[in-house]
Design a protein around this ligand. Sequence first.
Ligand code: 13P
Length: 251
Amino acid sequence: MTRTPLIAGNWKMYLNRTEAVELARSVAAASTGLTDREVMIAPSYLSLAAVKEAVADSPVRVAAQNVAWEEQGAFTGEVAPPMLQDVGVDMVILGHSERRHVFGEDNAMVNRRMQGALQFGLSPILCVGETLEEREQENTFSVVEEQLRQGLQDISADQMAQVVVAYEPVWAIGTGKTATKEQAQEVHAFIRSTLVTLYEKTLADSVRILYGGSVKPENIDSLMAQPDVDGALVGGAALQAESFARIINFT
Ligand code: 13P
């Protein structure tokens, strides 16, 4: 089973429009000629249109950092799937740990967003991952399994073919503390085995599972060498052209 690696940059709440366009152009330049991997960047909503335009002549994909589940309506502060499509966006990060832990999104809400995204043809990256406390209490597998089961509830096999999963241990996000390659591989393999029980093996084998949490130029190669690590979801190191270029060009 060959899975095309995906290197994704989550720009979180950083960069104004000018800075975002500048970085997007650098990412496009660094991605030129790469045919064996995909590159994606997720700027803030306000920069999506400008960034999409800046990478138009490149294979770089542009994603949003969240999306609502309805076509339109009285949902102050939210952005609807067709609004993303309108600016050429076809991917979206969902259930990021900051959405879960800072803004209180639970598995049920993440699932509604998943369903909304897929219904409107957006490919979601479903983020899962345990807190430090959950890991210390040896609840990593049960937490991740619950996030997967509930997040993927009522998602058909056809829809699942559009889904990417990202394992982001909360204790590794923005802390400089990366999961070891063995820790990452262990949970990635667990995620894939859970997907086998939810769907079937061929489909589970085709789903890309990204690792996220303090990915840096120094650790990308060893992470990508793990059999079930199919890419990276990068925060801090995606904000600098040089470090992200090195990560894109992992060997
Ligand atoms: P850092 O790479 O800054 O740890 O962030 C990871 C992340 O949250 C990506 O979504």
